[in-house]
Structure formats: structure tokens, C-alpha cells
Design a protein around this ligand. Structure first.
Ligand SMILES: Nc1nc2c(c(=O)[nH]1)N[C@H]1C(S)=C(S)[C@@H](COP(=O)(O)OP(=O)(O)OC[C@H]3O[C@@H](n4cnc5c(=O)[nH]c(N)nc54)[C@H](O)[C@@H]3O)O[C@H]1N2
Ligand SMILES: Nc1nc2c(c(=O)[nH]1)N[C@H]1C(S)=C(S)[C@@H](COP(=O)(O)OP(=O)(O)OC[C@H]3O[C@@H](n4cnc5c(=O)[nH]c(N)nc54)[C@H](O)[C@@H]3O)O[C@H]1N2
Ligand code: SF4
Ligand SMILES: [Mo]
Length: 895
């Protein structure tokens, strides 16, 4: 049997790695039964063949029994015609009665550029509203405004090679080791080759990224701008300004410097503001001063802040002052998170953008776009940004919202407000691949969408590289491509000719046409080379970095090499900055500062990664990271249950006691939803405070209090069927290969009879019960057996205890009758001859903490040797930073 390789792009992070899928040439084509493992594309310039653990386990995420397969209206399955009619009639009526602004799109950096383009065109050109916002507002809106203030355009100057070519890399508010793993590994490799290359990490928390840091500045949360104001002044003091660049190519240097000197006048004032030592600050400053090739690499620790835009400009100011931009190995590099955050920016997917990197404020832009689209109802001013949009919805101003490819009930701050808004909204349309999400639960109309592996189009990664996503599998059920549904509604609204695309390549060609329309070098975004692209050329498109104007098919590696910016006078602008701290500071009533972010193997609201059991082994439950001092004072022990309360809501999370956070600060991951746990949505706790310029919420900083939850017992329930009632103080469903695995917290007074009754009420099978109770330790262990087959196991322990569940899960609904030994082993948790691996560190080879510790005890003393012995870390490398941690600790102990 022969096979062909289809090249596509990873749907996860903004690194945008190329993925190869080997498709067997069989008559039936590729199906879920014969989907082969994926591999990295050696030819793709983002990853050169490597994939991180999320990318390499993509094939495991394709089987889902929770796909949304048919359109529904008020819970009833309906035909596409009928669903589209319902939606179009309501949109038309609302627009007629209340004006176009009563309609809104809430889109996503996870849809493809072509989907995004038609949604934006429909709203801004035809319905006549700019109420088109996107989850990218929560992600990189501050970076966009920062670039626009400085360069006059939303232009990312750098590329990935610059990360390898620089001599100083300052990583600000980025945990790239976990969030952009392939880029991080490229950086690790470069540093290994050139050990003189310095890496500085600026993050209040010690993260896996600090593993390669020559210096980690654990700054006071939100104080970043002061560090860069200091670097600006220091550049003057030690004479490393690029005066020629400043005078020829920029404006506003003096004002920016004056402001820096006024707001953060001395070394000690900056060190105090940032809560770091003067020595560390001076060390960074000395490296900055002597290193021409410096890249500042920044992400959500900078963007998700009420002063996020100022932080971006504080960084950019330093690069402009030293002329470190538009050159190899130098520049301010905002790294995007989502696979197509950049594509969204290109089509104008934010409420304050028009299209093709034009704004409402740009003179002549509205008319230009109107002419190109032949648009009958052009929007004339900025629409509402995410937070304002949901507030307007609660006020009854937005009456129809169409949410596409995002889960605002989990990701927007203050989810209680989002719930109120969606309840108030007259028609909530949700396009999603999954049937059950916290947001689909709020929908009146559900549109089933095709997802990665089924849809065709383009995405743009963090270095402006446009790559193709290519469909591999047929659409399941009646799922349709997002662009198709948008065009169908547009046509139903009467806009036939403007939305009569037969294929995505026609949309892409039109998007390219708009980018070059009356452009002639005035606007940064020009992909005019593709404006007449044929279907064959589109299908064969190889990754290319924009701009790709006519006559430059090879694209553009680096921007601003000619130091010409997109401002009216082509000069970049310095912005005067006053560093400010997060709006909600800790108080006696709310004594902790909450920081939120990502874990290595989960993606956002787990709608894809939550389907791959192996990706849950690294972190199986949501947690709150607490410093040992705080934990001791509050009587919180490791893995015990903690209640977090803020003025906005509550969450129940397991404690992870760790010195990675400083006293007074706690950190929680953002991934767990109501589909996976009863009370782990951390956005519940976050206020709707946003940057006044970018509208990006301050999702990294909130005030909370912590409290140990008392009078409880810990345990697990493993069951062949899903539990019908989940009547626990806390539960978290851990996706597993077989059956259902719930980590639970019972009330302390639970006994055998009540647990049995609960399970009998919740699981259809009844059967015989095996029981073990230890009155001294208050442990209870129960197994439910039907026809010699194991149906459920429940453990209750008074204190948190790690139980290795893989073996128990493998015994569920066993084919052969259970032996007596098995029955005993089930009550113990593990048979004598099965190794307890501990928590999984290496997801690729499923190597756990206990195996690593054992190997180290037996004399293995390097990460490389661990790799030779256990294979851990030898595939995708995502676990290398964690593996390193085992080595020094263990050698110190044995020394
Ligand atoms: N595994 C995984 N990878 C992902 C994603 C995912 O869900 N899972 N999501 C993708 C997306 S959309 C995005 S946007 C990116 C995000 O990528 P990152 O921004 O790297 O990830 P986060 O964990 O959100 O936050 C980064 C760091 O900011 C720090 N931080 C908090 N407050 C401050 C501060 O005031 N100053 C500074 N300097 N740092 C601070 C946090 O401690 C955290 O370590 O990741 C992308 N990659
Ligand atoms: N507290 C706190 N909050 C945060 C953050 C934080 O760091 N802290 N980070 C913020 C950031 S940076 C981001 S990017 C957001 C992410 O948050 P969201 O965007 O809300 O999260 P996702 O899980 O990516 O939601 C994507 C949804 O789209 C569906 N989907 C996937 N592919 C398709 C498709 O092709 N078409 C359609 N129609 N649906 C599809 C998925 O099933 C899923 O339900 O969270 C933000 N919220
Ligand atoms: S780094 Fe990992 S998640 Fe990001 S694009 Fe590459 S393979 Fe996908
Ligand atoms: Mo993001």
C-alpha cells in the first residue's frame, strides 16, 4: 500500500509548527479508524521536524464522543436550512428594530483567516456594525496597540532566527518552555552552541523557562515597565544610545526619557518598586548596555495587564533608543499564543480594526474598504471590545451574539457577569466542534463546526508566516466549515453576490486583493502576490512570511531593515511611560495576589487536549501554587483542598506547596471547566478590569483569600460508566484510556453504606461489593463487581494520598473473570508485581517521578543518562526542564 504525506499546521500555539500526516492511499480514504500518528514537518521553518508533546499527540485527540453533529435550535435538532433561517430572521429583525449595533460577533484566534475574513466582512461591511471582537482581546490586544503606537502599524519586526542569533534574550512574562515549547527548544539549542548567549527571565514566578536563565528577576507582579524605564535611563548614562537612529528615524525621545527619569529616578527606587535587588537590576543593565544583539520576547505576563500597552511601549522604547530593531538578532518580539491570532489581526478581527491592517481612524480607509467590498452598510466607528461588549449585552444593548470557536464562560474575566449577559441576550448562537462546553450550555442555537483535521485554510504564526491547514478527514455528522455557515447566513440576509465563494481559496485571494488595494507600500500588510492565486497554487502554498507584495514572492524575513515606519512621517514614536502596578492590590481582607496561566500539556479549556488521556498525566487536576510560609500559616498541606475567594467568585483547588511563588502570591492554571471539575474555573475570581487603550483584561492579577477546607476526606472513584450524580464537595474528572476516573473530596462523615448508596444511585449496574475498611486509619475501599467484571472502585482516605490509577483503570470491565489475587489487589490499589510510576513527567514515554527517582538512586546522574536508561526526554523534549530538577536535588541529598 502506498501513502501520501499531507502537510498541515499544528492547531495549538502561535509557534505554528508544520505537521506531516501520512495518509494511506486506500479507497476508503482516511478515517478515524486508520488515522496514523503525526510527525513534525522537516521542511517547515518554524519547527524543522520537531513537535512538542501536544503536537505529537494530535492523532490521539481526534476521537471524541462529544462532537456536535447537527444544528440545534433551543435544544432541538433541526436542518441547516431551518437553523440558518432562524438566525437570519432574528438578525434582520433586531437590526431593523434596534440598529446594526444590536448584533455582535465574538470570534477567536483559533479560526482560520478565511473564516475570520468573511465574518468581519459581513459585520463591518454588510450588517453595518463593528461589534466584532475576539478572544484575542484577552491575548494580545495590548501588544497590537503597543506596536501601533510605536510603529504606526501592527508589525512584528522579528523572526524566529533572531531568537537564535541574539546574544541577550530577555523573556518577559513568558513561560515559553511550556507555552511555546519548540521555540524554547530552539533557544536552548542556540545557547548550547553559543554558551556566551545570555538569557534573562522576568517573571514573578519561577517557571520551567527559568531553567536556562542566567538571571531570573522575580519582580513584583505588574512592575515590568519600571525595569525598562531603568534600562532606558541606563542606556543614556553609559552612552549606548544610537543617536543617529534616534534623530533620523524617531520622534519623542526626550519626552520618553524625561518621563522615565521622573517616574523612576534612581536605581534604588526601581529596585524597590520591582521588589528585586539592585545588584540583579544592575547585572541586567550591564548586559543590556554591552549587547547590541538583544531580543525582548514578551507574552501574557506583559499583555494581560491594565497597563499592558505601556509595558509594551516601555520595552519598545529601549529598542528604539539603542537602534536594536530591524537587524539580525535584535528587536522587541511579541510572541502570540493562539494558532491564528495573527491572521485575525490581518483581517481586522478586533472591534477597533477595519480590515487588512487598516483602522476606522485612518483617513480614507473606510471609503477604501467600502469600495473594495462594494459594501452597502459600512460601519463607521470602532465597535465594543470584549469586556464592554459583554457589559452592553447585560444592559440589553446587544440582542444577538454569535460566538465562534471560543469559550467565554471560562476565559473571560468575571464569568458570573458573562453568564448574566448571555442569559439576557435574546439570541445566543454558538459555533463549536463540541456539544458540551460551558458556553454551548448557554446557547439558543448551536452550529456544528468542522475542526482541525477537517478544515482547509491558512493561519499566520508569530513570525508573520502564513501556512496552510489542510483537511484530512471528512466532516463528522452535519458539521460545516465556519466560513460556509457565515456565508450561508449572509446570503440569507440578502447579500448573495458578496458571499458566493465556492471555496476557501477564493476568500484568500480576495483578502490578498484587499491587502494590496490602493496600497503601494503605504500599509505594512500586503500579500498582493496572492491576489490571483489559483486553487492549485493555494493547495500547494508553502509557508511564507508577509509582506508578500507583487514582485516579492519569497516574502519578508524581517521588518524595518530600512528603518522606515508606517507613521505619517515614517518615524517611529517613543511613548512616555509611567510604570503602574495592577489595579487590584492585596488588602487585609483579600491578602493574596492571584496569578493565572498555563500548564505544559493542556490547551485552554481542554476541548481538545482533554480528549487525550496521556496529556492529563503530567497535571491531572487543577491546583493552586502556594508558598510554604503561607501554607504553614493557613494550615494548608500539600494536595489538600483550598477554597479561593475573591470579590467576584469562588474556586476549589488542590494545594501545590512550592517556592516557585513568593509569599503573598498564588498561581493557578486556567484550563479546567465545569465539564471537568465542579469549581475550578479561575476566571470566576478575576475582575473585569482592562487596559484603557487595548481593552485587554488584567487576567494575571486579582485579589483573593485562601482557606483550608476542613472536615473532608479524599479519594477517587473509578467507574466503567460515567457517574450520573456528582454529589461531592469537590470532583475532577481525569480523562483516562478506559472508563471514568474522578478525583473526589467526600465529606468526612461518609461511610461504606452512604458511598455504596451514592454509587448505586449513580451507576446503573448493581452487583456484588468488595469492601475494606480500616477503623483506625478511617480508610474505606470499595469495589463493585458484576458478573465477575469490575464496574467501579472507590477509595476514601482522611488525608490526600497519591493513588496510581492506571492499573485499576485497566481492570475495568476486564475480559477475563477477576482472580482472587486481582480482587485483593484492587482493594490495595496495585498488585505486587506492577510498578507504581508516580506522576508522569515524560508524556511521550509515560515515565513517572518514581521511576526517575529510582534510576537516580541507582546512580544515574544526568539528564542524558536518564534519557539513555528510561528514554524520558528523548522525543519532544518538553520535559527536559523538569528532568533537570531531579538531578541537582538528588545529588545534593546523596552528597
Ligand atoms: N501548554 C499550553 N501552551 C499554550 C497555551 C495553552 O493553553 N497551553 N496557550 C497559548 C496561548 S493562546 C497563549 S496567549 C500563550 C501564553 O503564553 P505565556 O504568556 O508564556 O503563558 P502564561 O502561562 O499565560 O503566562 C506567562 C507568565 O506570565 C507570568 N506573569 C504573571 N504576571 C506577570 C507580571 O506582572 N510580569 C511578568 N513579567 N510576568 C508575569 C506568569 O507567572 C507566567 O509564568 O500560550 C500559548 N501556548
Ligand atoms: N484568567 C485567565 N484567563 C484567560 C487567560 C489567562 O491567562 N488567565 N488567557 C486568555 C487567553 S490568552 C486566551 S487565548 C483565552 C483562550 O480561551 P478560549 O478561546 O475561550 O478557549 P478555547 O478552549 O481555545 O476555546 C475554543 C473553543 O472553540 C472550539 N473550536 C475549536 N476549533 C474550532 C473551529 O474550527 N471552529 C469552531 N467554531 N469552534 C472550534 C473548541 O471546541 C472550544 O470550545 O483565554 C483567556 N483567558
Ligand atoms: S510548539 Fe507544540 S503546540 Fe506549539 S505549534 Fe509546535 S507542536 Fe504545536
Ligand atoms: Mo492567548
Amino acid at each position: 500500500m502506498t501513502a501520501t504525506i499531507t502537510k498541515t499546521t499544528c492547531p495549538y500555539c502561535g509557534v505554528g509548527c508544520g505537521v506531516n500526516v501520512t495518509v494511506p492511499n486506500i479507497d476508503s480514504g482516511l478515517s478515524l479508524d486508520n488515522i496514523p500518528p503525526v510527525s513534525g514537518d522537516l521542511d517547515h521553518p518554524a519547527n524543522f521536524g520537531r513537535l512538542c508533546v501536544k503536537g505529537s499527540s494530535l492523532a490521539q485527540t481526534l476521537q471524541s464522543d462529544d462532537r456536535l453533529l447537527v444544528p440545534t435550535v433551543k435544544g432541538e435538532a433541526v436542518s441547516w436550512e431551518s437553523a440558518v433561517d432562524t438566525v437570519s430572521e432574528k438578525i434582520a429583525q433586531v437590526v431593523k428594530d434596534h440598529g446594526p449595533d444590536a448584533f455582535a460577533f465574538y470570534l477567536s484566534g483559533q479560526i482560520l483567516t478565511e473564516d475570520y475574513y468573511v465574518a468581519n466582512k459581513l459585520a463591518k461591511g454588510f450588517i453595518g456594525t463593528a461589534n466584532v471582537d475576539t478572544n484575542s482581546r484577552l491575548c494580545m490586544a495590548s501588544a497590537v496597540v503597543g506596536y501601533k503606537r510605536a510603529f504606526g502599524s501592527d508589525t512584528v519586526p522579528c523572526n524566529y532566527e533572531d531568537l537564535e542569533l541574539c546574544d541577550l534574550l530577555i523573556m518577559v512574562g513568558s513561560n515559553a518552555a511550556w507555552t511555546h515549547p519548540i521555540l524554547y527548544q530552539r533557544i536552548v539549542a542556540a545557547k548550547k552552541q553559543r554558551p556566551n548567549m545570555k538569557v534573562v527571565v522576568i517573571d514573578p514566578r519561577e517557571t520551567a523557562t527559568c531553567d536556562i536563565a542566567d538571571l531570573h528577576l522575580a519582580i513584583r507582579p505588574g512592575s515590568d515597565a519600571a525595569v525598562f524605564s531603568f534600562l532606558l535611563q541606563h542606556s543614556v548614562d553609559v552612552g549606548v544610545l544610537d543617536s543617529a537612529f534616534i534623530s533620523r528615524h524617531t520622534n519623542g525621545f526626550k519626552e520618553a526619557l524625561n518621563q522615565a527619569t521622573e517616574s523612576t529616578p534612581t536605581l534604588s527606587s526601581v529596585a524597590n518598586f520591582c521588589d528585586i535587588s539592585e545588584q540583579d537590576l544592575l547585572l541586567l543593565a550591564s548586559w543590556w548596555a554591552k549587547t547590541e544583539k538583544t531580543v525582548s520576547f514578551y507574552s501574557q505576563g506583559v499583555n494581560q495587564s491594565a497597563s499592558g500597552v505601556d509595558k509594551c511601549n516601555a520595552i519598545i522604547n529601549c529598542h528604539l533608543a539603542t537602534g536594536r530593531i530591524g537587524k539580525e538578532g535584535a528587536g522587541p518580539f511579541s510572541i502570540t499564543g493562539q494558532p491564528n491570532a495573527m491572521g485575525g489581526r490581518e483581517v481586522g478581527g478586533l472591534a477597533n480594526q477595519l480590515a487588512a491592517h487598516m483602522d476606522f481612524a485612518t483617513p480614507g480607509a473606510q471609503e477604501l474598504v467600502q469600495r473594495f467590498w462594494q459594501a452597502p452598510n459600512m460601519a463607521t466607528e470602532n465597535g465594543l471590545k470584549a469586556v464592554d461588549l459583554f457589559q452592553a449585552m447585560e444592559e440589553g444593548k446587544i440582542k444577538v451574539v454569535w460566538i465562534m470557536s471560543t469559550n467565554p464562560m471560562v476565559s473571560m474575566p468575571d464569568t458570573a457577569q458573562v453568564r448574566r449577559a448571555l442569559e439576557k441576550c435574546e439570541l445566543v448562537i454558538v459555533s463549536d466542534c463540541k456539544a458540551h462546553t460551558d458556553t454551548t450550555a448557554m446557547a439558543d442555537v448551536l452550529f456544528p463546526a468542522t475542526g482541525w483535521s477537517e478544515k482547509d485554510g491558512t493561519v499566520t504564526n508569530s513570525e508573520r508566516r502564513i501556512s496552510r491547514q489542510r483537511g484530512l478527514l471528512p466532516a463528522p455528522g452535519e458539521a460545516k466549515h465556519d466560513w460556509w455557515v457565515i456565508c450561508k447566513v449572509a446570503k440569507c440576509l440578502g447579500y448573495q453576490s458578496a458571499f458566493s465563494y465556492r471555496n476557501v481559496h477564493e476568500i484568500f485571494a480576495e483578502h490578498a486583493g484587499l491587502s494590496e488595494f490602493e496600497n503601494s507600500g503605504k500599509r505594512d500588510f500586503d500579500i498582493g502576490h496572492f491576489s490571483r492565486i489559483t486553487k492549485e497554487e493555494y493547495d500547494a502554498l508553502i509557508p511564507v512570511q508577509w509582506p508578500v507584495p507583487k514582485g516579492r514572492p519569497e516574502g519578508t524575513k524581517r521588518m524595518f531593515e530600512d528603518a522606515r515606519f508606517f507613521t505619517p512621517d515614517n518615524r517611529a514614536r517613543f511613548i512616555p511611560i509611567t510604570p503602574t502596578l495592577p489595579i487590584h492590590q492585596a488588602t487585609p481582607e483579600w491578602p493574596f495576589t492571584l496569578n493565572t496561566g498555563r500548564v505544559r500539556d493542556q490547551w485552554h479549556t481542554m476541548t481538545r487536549t482533554g480528549d487525550a488521556a496521556l496529556l492529563t498525566k503530567h497535571t491531572d487536576q487543577p491546583y493552586v501554587e502556594v508558598h510554604p510560609k503561607d501554607a504553614k500559616r493557613l494550615e494548608i498541606s500539600d494536595k489538600s483542598l483550598v477554597r479561593l475567594t475573591s470579590p467576584y467568585g469562588e474556586a476549589l483547588l488542590k494545594a501545590k506547596i512550592s517556592r516557585a511563588v513568593s509569599p503573598g502570591n498564588v498561581f493557578t492554571p486556567i484550563h479546567w471547566t465545569l465539564q471537568f471539575a465542579n469549581a475550578a474555573v479561575v476566571s470566576n475570581l478575576i475582575p473585569q478590569v482592562a487596559d484603557p487603550l487595548s481593552g485587554q483584561p488584567e487576567s494575571k492579577h486579582a485579589q483573593v483569600k485562601l482557606e483550608a477546607v476542613k472536615n473532608i476526606a479524599y479519594g477517587v472513584v473509578i467507574s466503567a460508566e460515567p457517574l450520573q450524580t456528582l454529589d461531592f464537595t469537590y470532583w475532577c474528572r481525569v480523562p483516562s484510556e478506559q472508563g471514568y476516573h474522578y478525583e473526589v473530596v467526600w465529606s468526612e462523615c461518609e461511610n461504606v453504606a452512604s458511598i455504596q448508596a451514592m454509587l448505586e444511585g449513580s451507576i446503573q449496574s448493581q452487583g456484588e461489593w468488595l469492601e475494606y475498611t480500616n477503623p483506625k486509619t478511617h480508610q474505606i475501599r470499595l469495589a463493585q463487581i458484576v458478573n465477575q467484571r469490575l464496574v467501579s472502585v472507590s477509595y476514601l482516605h482522611p488525608a490526600p494520598e497519591s493513588i496510581s490509577c492506571d492499573w485499576l483503570e485497566s481492570k475495568l470491565m476486564n475480559k477475563e473473570a477477576l482472580s482472587d489475587l486481582d480482587r485483593m489487589a484492587i482493594l490495595v490499589g496495585l498488585p505486587a508485581n506492577v510498578e507504581d510510576k508516580g506522576a508522569i513527567v515524560c508524556s511521550c514515554f509515560q515515565i513517572g517521578t518514581k521511576q526517575i527517582e529510582k534510576a537516580i538512586k541507582e546512580g544515574v546522574c544526568s539528564v542524558e543518562a536518564l534519557g539513555s536508561r528510561l528514554k524520558c526526554g528523548t522525543n519532544c523534549g518538553s520535559c527536559l526542564p523538569e528532568l533537570k530538577h531531579f538531578i541537582p536535588i538528588k545529588t545534593e541529598l546523596s552528597a
